[in-house]
Write a protein that binds this ligand. Structure first.
Ligand code: IPD
Length: 280
């Protein structure tokens, strides 16, 4: 464990709370200028950019040798530097479409990796005032209270989070939709109690971490969407995997999480996969 890890996390927690005020004010405001990035469904606002700037400037002032992988910096052309240095993985607003549509399910996500190992995660919804955080070996918390993933072992007793992965059409074309629909169909035939899709990978994941939902699956996510929440799921006793069943790789653009290994296995049996180039 890095001797200053606690200082790193406490500094990030303070900055995330400041960023929350900024997001809340913008959420309540009437106007919101929206631009698109890689596709017509990939949105960005001035608030995404302002929050990422606040977090990166704040952290790099305190820790000048730290590295950053931030959604908006990478979209703006920054190279993804994945090294052994302490590296912050930042999604300033996970759920930008929700933000734009004033759906109050959004999350500021800040994950910390050291030696390429995820060590800590902060996921904050400043609209509902739900602050989740975890550090490896210390448990997962929501507003200071311990949270635990569900003990459900069977799909027929599960509520699953998923996203059809709207952006995947840009990469795989319409054949992607057939795979996504067939995966969902297999889960329905297996008797799932329902599917949910909250519009933010991090919120889907904390739903699994707190045991409200039993599993979550998505193809096409980015490291900044899932880095922070993956520590929270693991520390809440959940299982983090690649959808093929291989170990979770934050750079692989795919994710599966579940409350139990048994449920993860049954969920995997419903899937036809797609392959991505790694992010770094
Ligand atoms: C998106 C959300 C969404 C997921 C997309 C992500 P963003 O993140 O997490 O739930 O389906 O894959 O890109 O763009 O709102 O930060």
């Amino acid at each position: 464990v890095h001797k200053d890890e606690q200082l790193f996390v406490d500094t990030a927690l303070n900055l995330v709370k400041q960023a929350g005020t900024l997001v809340r004010m913008a959420f309540e405001a009437k106007e919101c200028a929206v631009n698109t990035k890689a596709s017509d469904t990939d949105l960005v606002t001035e608030t995404d950019q302002a929050v990422e700037k606040l977090l990166i400037e704040g952290l790099s002032t305190s820790f000048p040798d730290h590295k950053f992988i931030g959604e908006e910096s990478v979209s703006g052309g920054a190279k993804t530097e994945w090294t052994n240095a302490p590296t912050w993985m930042i999604d300033p607003i996970d759920g930008t479409t929700n933000f734009v549509h004033r759906i109050p399910m959004i999350a500021i996500c800040v994950g910390l990796a050291i030696d390429k190992q995820l060590r800590a995660g902060i996921v904050y919804n400043p609209i509902t005032h739900e602050l989740y955080h975890a550090q490896v070996g210390m448990g997962a918390f929501k507003n200071g209270f311990r949270i635990h993933a569900s003990a459900t072992k069977e799909l027929c007793r599960s509520v699953l989070c998923l996203s059809m992965g709207i952006h995947n059409r840009t990469i795989f074309g319409d054949s992607w939709l057939d795979k996504a629909a067939s995966n969902m169909r297999n889960q329905i035939l297996a008797g799932v109690r329902g599917h949910r899709s909250f519009g933010s990978a991090a919120i889907n994941m904390v739903m699994v971490a707190q045991g409200s939902c039993d599993g979550y699956l998505e193809y096409g996510i980015h490291s900044w969407d899932v880095a922070a929440a993956s520590v929270i799921v693991s520390e809440a006793g959940g299982v983090m995997l690649d959808p093929t069943g291989a170990p979770f790789d934050v750079m692989s653009r795919k994710i599966l999480c579940a409350g139990t290994p048994e449920l993860a296995k049954e969920l995997i049996s419903t899937l036809t996969h797609v392959e991505y180039d790694r992010e770094a």
